[in-house]
Design a protein around this ligand. Structure first.
Ligand SMILES: [Fe+2]
Length: 326
């Protein structure tokens, strides 16, 4: 047993260990307290039985050493590619679960290892497989109801936003698969530096802040859009400027009441406006428990608040996506 500090470890979902093969070439640890961690398995040991027992006891996360996280991700990517090779026959529940785990590992990697070749590669792959899977989903609302219990809230929400932006982009002449993937990538990365509880704080603040963000959110959270975009800028050869552009402004609002910069609608191009409107629409849908009967009042809220500059076009594309005449 060791008592090494917790920041030397990276969190991974235990279901991921169970999904990916019988052994991992790493030591895997279990956290018993804030500073108490035990080694649960040794490298190349058959671990499935042991981990199954812990999962049944309610353990959700295990840990790998931070210095082994890159190698762990490499292994995860290999397994994920094998699983999705024949995705036509993959049961949807399994696909959603694999991607949910992949998303959580991507988040942990961004937070602990920062932006590098490994973290960007896993992010791109999880996004690619997500876009592929979403293409097969006939009804996103049914999809949400069916799988929300199996997934992290933030993963499910970003899938819904990616799906909506893709359908909204389809209503324009300039639509392309490439631009849909770039927007989906923004949906996946936007909050990758925030923990689940920080994301929840943002959700709550958005309901009450009325532009006074400093009174409701700490600086660290308020700066996550600019912090991530400046981390990504040196990687422009790997990640598109459109994706980075959306990330940078994803909490801005038409009247300048957003954060962190408070820029107004006249300075926002169409793609970020599509993202912001889709994100708001999905937030409203989630808050309503996906009660489709509330659709008209949600659309009215969007029309009232997103009527300036490119936001107007974005709201129109949402109407078209829902099959409504505008
Ligand atoms: Fe955010």
């Amino acid at each position: 047993m060791s008592t090494e500090p917790k920041n030397e470890y990276c969190r991974v979902p235990i279901k991921l260990i169970l999904e990916h093969g019988d052994d991992f070439p790493f030591d895997i640890y279990l956290k018993l307290g804030p500073a108490k961690i035990i080694k649960l398995s040794h490298r190349n040991e058959d671990i499935k039985e042991t981990f199954l027992r812990y999962k049944e006891k309610g353990v959700e996360d295990v840990f790998v050493l931070q210095r082994e996280m890159s190698a762990f991700i490499k292994q995860l990517r290999k397994n994920m590619a094998n699983r999705f090779f024949d995705s036509g026959t993959l049961p949807t529940r399994e696909a959603v679960s694999i991607l949910d785990s992949g998303y959580m590992v991507t988040k942990e990697a961004f937070m602990k290892l920062g932006v590098n070749e490994t973290t960007l590669a896993v992010a791109k792959e999880v996004n690619e497989f997500s876009v592929k899977m979403l293409k097969k989903v006939p009804n996103i609302f049914e999809f949400f109801k069916q799988f929300r219990e199996d997934c992290e809230k933030s993963f499910m929400k970003q899938l819904m936003v990616a799906y909506s932006t893709s359908c909204m982009i389809d209503t324009f002449d300039w639509k392309s698969q490439q631009i849909k993937e770039k927007t989906a990538m923004a949906a996946m990365l936007c909050d990758v530096l925030l923990t689940e509880s920080q994301i929840e704080l943002v959700n709550q603040a958005e309901k009450v802040a009325d532009g006074d963000w400093d009174a409701h959110l700490p600086r660290e959270i308020l700066e996550h859009p600019t912090k991530l975009s400046s981390m990504l800028m040196p990687q422009r050869h790997t990640i598109s400027t459109e994706t980075i552009g959306i990330i940078e402004v994803h909490h801005e609002l038409p009247n300048g009441d957003g954060f962190p910069r408070g820029i107004t609608a006249d300075r926002l191009t169409l793609l970020p406006c599509i993202y912001i409107v889709a994100n708001k629409f999905i937030t409203l849908m989630i808050d309503s428990g996906f009660d489709y009967r509330q659709r008209d009042s949600m659309l009215q809220t969007l029309e009232d608040n997103y009527s300036r500059g490119n936001f107007k076009k974005a709201v129109r594309s949402l109407y078209k996506m829902l099959g409504m005449v505008v």
